[in-house]
Design a protein around this ligand. Structure first.
Ligand code: 9WN
Length: 421
């Protein structure tokens, strides 16, 4: 089974490859997205590290002078995506590159991708080139987005993480939606039932407009319409900082600051453990309380945050619990992105229930890190089985395994290559 799955995964990446960057999907994601490219590079490390290095360099071409690496880089393409460069208008902003980009960022997987590339095919010159801008991005996050001295950072737009997750609903309810000034291109390709609603898009645009008026640099997090301590983002950052420290050590550089930041973030995440829920707890900086249980509550596992006892409990009572995120007779494909016990659970709609390969990959890594190799192997087996049965979809219906969203999705292909390692 594995060799043909490898061939098919490589073929998806090849077809989505523009030469400069790999598109997230063939049709409605035509530009370069930040964490998509990093996850793609993790897969490319196994089959073509040099091509993986190109992916990293292309993404870094979009960086701003203050250090931010944006969530989308609009490399010139004769194609439509909304909202596109004409909505973001980054080129009007001080410190933005000549190449158009969005004005926000995404979970910083990039340092971990560079580590995967270096482990597969060591290249010190490449590290000398890319570590300074990655470090500058991590420091920008601490400067612009930290809420206190805990090391945790906030996101200021749902597009900086798993956008229409119901955990953001309460925080978004205070944002007055705008009428859309564009036609949604996603609707041309994917059933509306599988995508965010127009109301959500209206709120996303209200936040973009607020941020755009301030050149994407709100004076403070308290002034931003949306400011949320997202556990997915922070767990990714904790791992990325540790990987950055490891990378510096490879070239005799000073990894201490990055290692220190990683330790601080991990310690702050550990404090968010909720024994009753067998999960961690997120926080809206404006005080809206989310009672929705989503898979983000489990992601500190990726950063190795829970001790072994907590990890076993998180696995048994949350991640693998049939009534919550785990496999059950009526929904045999794990891991659901929202607890099946939650009223918000929707098995078809985007980040509101379906299975995503990147989330499963974070959890496999986390289970390994926390000393649960058998559990990691079982999740890996079911994840590969899902892809074998349904192809490289963007996301999947947990009940039927039916592919949803974009087909031929790049990070699903890339992470399968890593899961098969
Ligand atoms: C908006 C590209 C991106 C992913 C995000 C996912 C989705 C865009 C969209 O697609 O976001 O940035 O159009 O919905 O939510 O995680 O990076 O694959």
């Amino acid at each position: 089974m594995s060799s043909s799955l490898v061939d098919r995964a490589v073929e998806v990446l090849r077809r989505n490859d523009t030469g400069l960057y790999v598109k997230p999907g063939p049709h409605f994601y035509p530009f370069q997205w930040n964490w998509d490219s990093a996850l793609v590079a993790i897969g490319l490390a196994h089959v073509d590290p040099e091509r993986g290095r190109t992916e990293v360099r292309s993404l870094l071409r979009g960086r701003w002078t203050d250090g931010m690496v944006p969530h989308i880089v609009f490399h010139p393409q004769d194609t439509a995506y909304s909202p596109g460069p004409e909505v973001w208008r980054s080129v009007d902003c001080p410190g933005a590159p000549a190449l158009a980009t969005s004005g926000i960022t995404q979970p910083p997987v990039l340092a971990s991708a560079v580590r995967a590339l270096h482990e597969a095919d060591p290249d010190s010159a490449f590290l000398e080139e890319v570590l300074p801008p990655i470090d500058a991005w991590h420091r920008w996050l601490q400067r612009e987005r930290s809420l206190d001295d805990s090391g945790l950072v906030a996101i200021v737009h749902p597009w900086e993480s798993a956008d229409n997750s119901p955990r953001f609903d309460a925080a978004l309810a205070r944002v007055h939606p705008r009428a859309l000034s564009f036609t949604r291109t996603d609707r041309r390709h994917v059933d509306a039932a599988e995508r965010p609603s127009d109301l959500e898009y209206g709120r996303y645009m209200a936040i973009v407009e607020h941020l755009r008026d301030r050149r994407y640099r709100p004076a403070s997090l308290s002034e931003a319409p949306f400011a949320y301590v997202d556990l997915c983002f922070n767990a990714v950052l904790a791992v990325a900082e540790a990987d950055l420290a490891w990378l510096y050590a490879q070239i005799g550089g000073d990894g201490e600051p990055a290692a220190g930041r990683s330790d601080r973030i991990s310690a702050a995440l550990a404090d968010l453990w909720d024994e009753d829920a067998a999960a961690f707890r997120e926080r809206d900086l404006h005080g809206a309380e989310s009672l929705t249980e989503t898979v983000a509550d489990l992601l500190p596992l990726y950063a190795g945050v829970p001790d072994e006892r907590q990890a076993r409990r998180l696995f048994a009572d949350s991640l693998w619990a049939p009534e919550r995120f785990g496999p059950s007779p009526d929904a045999p494909w794990p891991v659901t992105t929202v607890s099946k016990s939650s009223p918000a659970y929707d098995p078809l709609r985007y980040w509101r229930g379906p299975v995503w390969i990147n989330i499963n990959w974070f959890l496999v890594r986390g289970l390994e890190r926390c000393g649960l190799p058998a559990e990691a192997a079982e999740l890996r087996r079911l994840t590969l089985g899902l892809v074998e049965a349904s192809g490289f979809a963007e996301y999947y219906d947990p009940s039927t395994g039916r592919p949803l969203g974009s087909d031929e999705f790049s990070w699903s292909a890339a992470l399968v290559l890593d899961l098969l390692r």
